[in-house]
Design a protein around this ligand. Structure first.
Ligand code: ATP
Ligand code: MG
Length: 143
């Protein structure tokens, strides 16, 4: 087991539906610590850059429009196997396919409006954290 950091976004639908506390409660209950957090309104350029891997996908334009439709909460989670643990808590991209008890199965309304983003690898986590946070924004929570 390795102490890891991962990057999480509570997406516009999650904020709009007042689910910030519910999502963070699930992270904390699973032993993940919030080591950085901020609410931001993404610009179009920021959202396009963040999801650049999907720019050729048919849903890209709608995805960007959705991600800039309201404020989001960006955060860094720390814990044992944080990347995989967060993906487990989130559930599959499509809430209809997500396991019961996951954030997306319980709280999401569609494959697009699915409440949370989470890094899918340790390397992507490092890049995504750096996209939103300075090193000095991420606080040690070892005590
Ligand atoms: P995320 O990267 O947001 O954590 P994910 O890794 O589960 O989600 P990706 O395949 O990376 O899924 O897709 C990124 C996001 O694009 C999804 O979370 C969803 O909001 C949107 N998306 C993915 N597939 C579709 C689709 N078929 N139709 C509409 N939107 C989609
Ligand atoms: Mg993804």
């Amino acid at each position: 087991m390795a102490l890891e950091r991962t990057f999480s976004i509570i997406k516009p639908d999650g904020v709009q539906k007042n689910l910030i506390g519910e999502v963070i409660r699930r992270f904390e209950s699973a032993g993940l610590k919030i080591v950085a957090a901020r609410m931001v309104q993404l610009t179009q350029a920021q959202a396009e850059g963040f999801y650049a891997v999907h720019r050729e996908r048919p849903f890209f334009k709608d995805l960007v429009k959705y991600m800039i439709s309201g404020p989001v909460v960006v955060q860094v989670l720390e814990g044992e196997n944080a990347v995989a643990k967060n993906r487990e808590l989130m559930g599959a991209t499509d809430p209809k396919k997500a396991d019961k008890g996951t954030i997306r199965a319980d709280l999401a309304s569609s494959i697009e409006e699915n409440v949370v983003h989470g890094s899918d690898s340790a390397e992507n986590a490092r890049n995504e954290i750096a996209y939103f946070f300075a090193t000095s924004d991420v606080l040690a929570r070892t005590r």
